[in-house]
Design a protein around this ligand. Structure first.
Ligand code: AMP
Ligand code: ZN
Length: 112
């Protein structure tokens, strides 16, 4: 996906503050954090949103979910954290490359 912002980050064409990387996942800090720790967990392969996923994405979705508590703890979120996936315009999604928000820390975590 040539024009996708997060694909550009995966390819190293745009900078990011990386927190974790392996063959199929990249994790970096959100550029506009809404909490003291705010990570974005993304598959390296372009997937538009959760609504575009099907059975072949089962493994990567599971991997992202299982990475969340591990990386949250690594970032010092030992009291817990929040996860969020915005899907589609109606769900407030702004970057159309699937990402799992993991955030927390500080006194007041934004409530939904
Ligand atoms: P969403 O609204 O769920 O699509 O979230 C997109 C997120 O990507 C927002 O929280 C943005 O702050 C974040 N974001 C946008 N551009 C960048 C970037 N270049 N590096 C890191 N995070 C970004
Ligand atoms: Zn992409």
């Amino acid at each position: 996906m040539d024009d996708c912002l997060f694909c550009k980050i995966v390819r190293g064409e745009l900078p990011s503050k990386k927190a974790y990387e392996d063959d199929d996942v990249l994790v970096f800090h959100d550029i506009h954090p809404i909490a003291p720790v705010h990570l974005l967990l993304i598959p390296k392969l372009h997937v538009e949103s959760l609504a575009s996923c099907d059975a072949k994405h089962q493994a990567i979705l599971g991997k992202l979910m299982l990475l969340a508590p591990r990386l949250a703890l690594e970032q010092g979120l030992d009291q817990g954290f929040r996860t969020m996936i915005n899907t589609g315009h109606g769900g407030g999604q702004e970057v159309f490359h699937l990402h799992l928000h993991v955030f927390g820390g500080g006194e007041h975590i934004p409530k939904i």
